[in-house]
Design a protein around this ligand. Structure first.
Ligand code: SF4
Ligand code: SF4
Ligand code: SF4
Length: 456
């Protein structure tokens, strides 16, 4: 399978199965429309006939011969060799927890997926006792895996900061006893950050995720206090202070764009200009009836905006400066782990979420959905059949993903979005797919251009 596309005035063809990216000329790009697998020895006559007005016949036949030679060398139209890895891979140990340390929030964002912080289940904080049980669960279910991860999540996790500290302390004791290495992440809306908390996060958290939607007016339109006021001015300087003290530890600012800011490249740039170089801004996913919802009609504008953003990133990097927009990060070497590329986030299998009452769900987006409750850390129940079902939700078990050129980059999309908007974790959510595929094109182009520059 191949996929051809144009980005930044350049022509690309991706060989899906080998991951090879070829920068091609316009003739090759046009000719690929006539090339089907398996390639014949002679150039298809339809190609010669129809492209003749635009290119000399000799050139058309010569380029076809080159394509045939690349196919013979398995550099183009290479075969899919990966399905066997997906079929043979078994359920993995649990290696990561999303700990809903607070099922409550001190903000009221319009688009909140968690029903303004309480997941539709009532406002609640996790007790230290439940936190301990969650750590014990992770250590037990991680089997021989040494490197483990815990995300403190909410709602707003800093509403339960004392328990965050207690859980970290307990986990540190347990990792020594069980020869584990636990990395902590905390996602915050920043309202409660102060010097003491910042110091703690910069000491203990391997990663900190700072929520902000970009420009002040964009952020404040949807990310509001309980009283409906804007929040940007409450957190922005606190974020800057926290980032200044991070040293070499990870962090990033994370935002959401909605129908209100389809010019979201301006939000990414606003964050960059405020001094934040590690940036993730993602499209909101919501029922189409919401006024801020992104719909299929918005896609052309969104694609245009990703292209504009890619150009802005080109300008920044051309000046020798650094910016990391997460959704344009691309490993053209196809990454270290084939299983990961086939299965994606690992939710419900390697990764689960635990709510304040100890209930286990496949990930934070499933919290509160009774059909997806996997067990409880207090009574020791854990639905291994559901775990196995998620383990087998790979790109080959999702009909649309099997035939999708982006499958090894996207890894099958978000199971939660699939369930929430299509009713089934294996049915792809087309709107997300369209956006993902365009981002992958931008990312491939940016990476290929960088490699070409360094080769020159
Ligand atoms: S800060 Fe997060 S949890 Fe709180 S209302 Fe906003 S989106 Fe929801
Ligand atoms: S873009 Fe959609 S169809 Fe393609 S791999 Fe991702 S989820 Fe599957
Ligand atoms: S299913 Fe979706 S929301 Fe849940 S962890 Fe995976 S990517 Fe994230």
């Amino acid at each position: 399978m191949i996929h051809k596309f144009i980005q930044n005035g350049m022509y690309f063809v991706l060989d899906v199965n080998s991951g090879g990216v070829h920068v091609i000329d316009e003739l090759t790009y046009d000719l690929l429309d006539y090339v089907t697998e398996p390639l014949t020895d002679e150039c298809p006559e339809a190609a010669v006939r129809e492209l003749l007005g635009k290119y000399p016949e000799e050139d058309i036949r010569e380029v076809y011969a080159e394509l045939k030679s690349l196919a013979d060398d398995k550099i183009l139209f290479s075969e899919d060799d990966y399905e066997k890895y997906a079929q043979t891979s078994v359920a993995s140990p649990v290696k990561a927890l999303c700990l809903l340390i607070s099922q409550d929030c001190n903000m009221r964002c319009d688009y909140c997926f968690a029903s303004k912080g309480d997941y539709g289940k009532g406002r609640m904080l996790m007790s230290f006792e439940t936190g301990k049980k969650a750590i014990d669960f992770l250590i037990e279910k991680s089997a021989n895996r040494k490197a483990l991860e815990i995300d403190f999540f909410g709602g707003e996790p800093l509403m339960n900061f004392e328990v965050v500290k207690q859980v970290v302390e307990y986990a540190r004791e347990q990792e020594k006893l069980h020869d584990k290495n636990i990395k902590f992440t905390l996602t915050t809306n920043g309202i409660l950050l102060n010097d003491e908390i910042t110091e703690f996060l910069n000491k203990e958290m391997y990663n900190v995720v700072l929520s902000v939607d970009g420009r002040r007016e964009i952020n404040d339109r949807v990310r509001k206090t309980v009283n409906g006021k804007g929040t940007y001015d409450i957190f922005i300087d606190k974020y800057k202070k926290l980032v200044a003290g991070r040293g070499d530890k990870d962090w990033y600012v994370r935002g959401t764009f909605t129908k209100y800011n389809l010019d979201f490249a301006e939000d990414v740039m606003s964050l960059y200009n405020e001094g934040f170089e590690q940036i993730s801004v993602e499209p909101v996913m919501s029922p189409e009836t919401e006024p801020y919802a992104i719909t299929a009609a918005d896609l052309p504008r969104i694609f245009e905006e990703y292209d504009r953003l890619a150009n802005k990133i080109r300008e920044i990097t051309a000046q020798g400066k650094f910016i990391n927009f997460f959704h344009f990060m691309m490993d053209l070497d196809q990454g270290p782990c084939v299983i990961k590329r086939l299965k994606g986030c690992g939710c419900g299998n390697e990764y689960v979420a635990i709510s304040p009452d100890g209930d286990i769900y496949p990930c934070h987006q499933f919290v509160g959905i009774d059909d997806y409750k996997m067990g409880n850390v207090h009574d020791g129940s854990f639905d291994t059949a559901m775990k196995n079902d998620f383990a087998s939700a790979h790109v080959y078990s999702k009909p649309a993903c099997r035939d999708c050129w982006a499958k090894f980059y996207c890894s099958g999309g978000c199971n939660a979005n699939n369930y929430l908007y299509k009713g089934d974790i294996r049915t792809s959510h087309e709107l997300s797919c369209e956006i993902e595929r365009h981002r992958v094109e931008c990312a491939i182009a940016l990476k290929a251009e960088k490699l070409l520059d360094s080769a020159e």
